[in-house]
Write a protein that binds this ligand. Structure first.
Ligand code: PAF
Length: 282
């Protein structure tokens, strides 16, 4: 595996691979890799000849009171995991390689970013889309893989690629869970054992909504109440949202047919976690 820090090195590598007729797959990450990230690598590997992963904790997508400075980092551990999983090139730029100066032009999402995560984290998706657009321009992948756990991010990246005519195929890969159901996340490392136990209520709330949907409940209000009730009974009161939404527009739904998403965000202690499911999926 090659480890690259400069934009020009990535461009040269990808240009050579493309010239040799190779398909380039890309997995953008912020590091502190877990099995969820590594499954994205597997997915990219299935769809491309060469897999590039980036690790960059993007300051632009963190709000002033968020966890940028304490975001977990383990570059050497990550490099070992990426190499063992078959990543061909690991791009680990310093902040000044990506933002030599504060950007004067950014990618600004519209209404799609105003709800749910976007409402709870103003400016977050502008930061995400700006860095993803930059990384796409640097890596020039044929295909890029994102995780379903960040479903609004994946939806917005798809919208950006379509609206700005970016020649990248976007693949969304299912959320990977711990054996007890907790969605894998780098932020799980913040949880103490007691919080880790309480955090199970997030996937539990989603499962409760799924079970109700399977037994015929279609009312979004009812499904939301069921999920919120589950969180409340686990003592989780700091809930940013429970969304029953259209998977493409993320607009709230009145009736949730198969394919609708249930997404939620809640704080356990100081740690904010998100999770979602697609109703009616196996
Ligand atoms: O999902 C993430 O880890 C980040 O939002 C991404 C896509 C790497 C952009 O910084």
């Amino acid at each position: 595996m090659r480890r690259l820090t400069r934009v020009a090195e990535v461009r040269d590598l990808v240009a050579a691979e493309r010239a040799a007729g190779k398909r380039v797959g890309f997995v953008p990450t912020m590091g502190f890799l877990h099995e969820g990230h590594l499954r994205l690598v597997d997915e990219a590997r299935r769809r491309a000849d060469v897999v590039v992963m980036s690790i960059f904790v993007n300051p632009l997508q963190f709000g002033p009171t968020e966890d940028l400075s304490r975001y977990p980092r383990d570059l050497e551990g990550d490099a070992g995991k990426a190499e063992a999983r078959g990543v061909d090139a690991l791009f680990v730029p310093e902040a000044h390689a990506i933002y030599p100066e504060p950007p004067r032009v950014v990618v600004s999402p519209r209404a799609l970013a105003g709800r749910w995560e976007g409402a709870a984290r103003p400016g977050h998706f502008e930061g995400v889309l700006t860095v993803v657009a930059k990384l796409f321009n640097i890596v020039q992948p044929h295909v890029a893989v994102f995780g379903q756990k960040d479903i609004q991010q994946a939806t917005l990246v798809r919208a950006m690629v379509r609206d700005l005519d970016m020649p990248v195929e976007i693949v969304v890969s299912p959320t990977v869970r711990e054996a007890d159901g907790l969605a894998m996340s780098s932020r799980n490392s913040y949880l103490d054992p007691h919080e880790r136990e309480r955090a199970l209520a997030l996937s539990g709330a989603l499962r409760a909504a799924e079970t109700a949907h399977r037994s015929g409940v279609r009312s979004a209000t009812q499904l939301e109440e069921i999920a919120r009730g589950h969180l409340a009974s686990a003592g989780i009161e700091d809930v940013d949202y429970v969304a029953i939404a259209d998977p493409n527009t993320l607009e709230p739904l009145v009736h949730a047919e198969a394919g609708a998403i249930v997404a939620l965000a809640a704080r356990i202690g100081r740690t904010r976690l998100i999770d979602n499911v697609i109703l009616g999926s196996p």
